[in-house]
Design a protein around this ligand. Structure first.
Ligand code: GLN
Length: 446
């Protein structure tokens, strides 16, 4: 046992050194000691934790200057469960400020580099989570996914990521972007399906501190990992989703799909008509929930309050520390939820969400899985889209439907920087990881 602990400590020190030397900028804060070396299912596994998830005694910035000096006073439930199972936190991962973004460039602590395709964006908002796994600095990381934030960087960095069923993993201790859409979401290297499965089994299930988990069943991902049998499966492929993709993405997707087809799965081409309204519904709901959640960062409750300032000055000082994308979202969210406009925007967005959710859920009643590319294009050059928020938002078109419907969705590599996305019915998290394992075991090369 003492020998194990020594081994864990040595590996921790070695990765700490590598992380300090790395130019990838995938961590905002590194741990100083390998705390919590309990034995368990995840004994000695090194973990990154996105910097919007609380780790007691460590700085938690959410990628923002406004929380630059904030120390988390408690562990998020996911962190508590991981460390009790023996995982060791190496550091807090870089991220787009308050999880706003899909490129990893909106962090107040600098952009995260893409270890797979240097010079291109790493994806976001869990940029550091996917990049630190891709670079081999940690064994896995916990990010979060509101509209694609784990699947997008997983695709761009060539790793696997899972957005669990909403309410199956506790959100306690997560500073979320949008409470009805987001939850913690793990990421591991290609080939790390078993580890991802163990992580899911560890972090999932009821938590009395989060009502959204009231009816949560713990996952059985490890037990079901080798149970995937494509023969007899019926997979839906929304043809209209492919119209948003580059030819390179479509070609890689068809290739991955034929891998399942050759193994006996039935592939049915369908239309997901509500895809037309999914992006607008997502952005309007997210803006609204975000604007409301951000009220607390007023320099009084949270954020830095300088000495000798009035309340008004403190609020203005604190707000001036927020980046442009965060401010844009707060302004739009405040506008679309105001008494005069909420009928025209927010309420219509809620109706559109119901529409997407029922169409997707119906499709998942008549099919076992739904397959789509994760992102419509390959990662682009750093800086290329930073001044065009609408173009940036457009890249979330294929990931937001699963969040609007609360169903699980995962991404695995299908080409360099390209992700193959599987969406399952509610509580079907296990089958997504089992499918990824099947690809891996049957020699899928990307
Ligand atoms: N890219 C999306 C956004 O900017 C999703 C972010 C997320 O999932 N946190 O809102």
């Amino acid at each position: 046992m003492a020998g194990d602990r020594e081994g864990i400590r040595r590996r921790f020190e070695e990765r700490l050194l590598l992380s300090r030397k790395s130019s990838g900028n995938s961590f905002i804060t590194l741990a100083s000691t390998p705390g919590g070396t309990a034995s368990g299912q995840l004994s000695g596994k090194l973990a990154g934790i996105k910097d919007n998830i609380a780790v007691k005694g460590m700085r938690m910035t959410c990628g923002s200057r406004i929380l630059e000096n904030y120390m988390a006073p408690y562990d998020a439930t996911v962190v508590e469960r991981l460390t009790h199972s023996g995982a060791v936190v190496l550091g807090k991962n870089n991220m787009d400020e308050f999880a706003c973004g899909s490129s990893g460039e909106n962090s107040a602590f600098g952009a995260t580099g893409n270890p797979l395709l240097p010079g291109t964006v790493s994806g976001g908002s869990s940029s550091g989570s996917a990049a630190s796994v891709g670079e081999g600095l940690v064994d896995f990381s916990i990010g979060s996914d509101t509209g694609g934030s784990i699947r997008c960087p997983a695709a761009y960095c060539g790793v696997i990521g899972l957005k669990p069923t909403y309410g199956r993993v506790s959100r306690y201790g997560l500073a979320d972007l949008s409470m009805s859409l987001e939850g913690p979401a793990p990421v591991a290297a290609w080939g790390g399906e078993e580890l991802l499965a163990s992580v899911m089994d560890c972090i999932s299930g009821f938590d009395r501190r989060d009502q959204s988990t009231a009816s949560a069943r713990k996952t059985e991902c490890v037990r079901q990992l080798d149970s995937f049998d494509p023969s007899g499966l019926n997979i839906a492929v929304p043809e209209n989703a492919l119209l948003h993709c580059t030819p390179q993405v479509v070609a890689a997707f068809e290739h991955a799909l034929s891998f399942m087809g050759d193994a006996g799965a039935t592939v049915e081409r369908v239309q997901l008509k509500s895809l037309d309204v999914a992006l607008s519904a997502y952005y309007l709901i997210m803006y609204s929930e975000f604007a409301s959640a951000m009220q607390r960062y007023d320099g009084l409750k949270f954020g830095t309050r300088g000495e000798g300032y009035t309340v008004e000055e403190s609020i203005l000082n604190a707000r001036s520390l927020l980046g442009p994308e965060v401010r844009r979202r707060i302004m739009i969210g405040t506008y679309v939820t105001s008494a005069e406009t909420r009928g025209a925007w927010y309420e219509r967005a809620l109706a559109a969400r119901d529409h997407v959710s029922s169409e997707l859920n119906d499709m998942l009643k008549s099919h076992d899985l739904l397959a789509m590319p994760t992102m419509p294009s390959a990662p682009y050059r750093l800086g290329e889209r930073i001044n065009d928020p609408l173009l940036m938002y457009a890249s979330d078109i294929l990931t937001v439907p699963a969040n609007l419907a609360g169903v699980p969705a995962g991404s695995m590599p299908m080409g360099p920087g390209l992700g193959f996305q599987l969406v399952a019915p509610r509580n079907g998290d296990e089958s997504i990881l089992a499918a990824f394992r099947y690809f891996n075991r049957r020699g899928w090369h990307w």
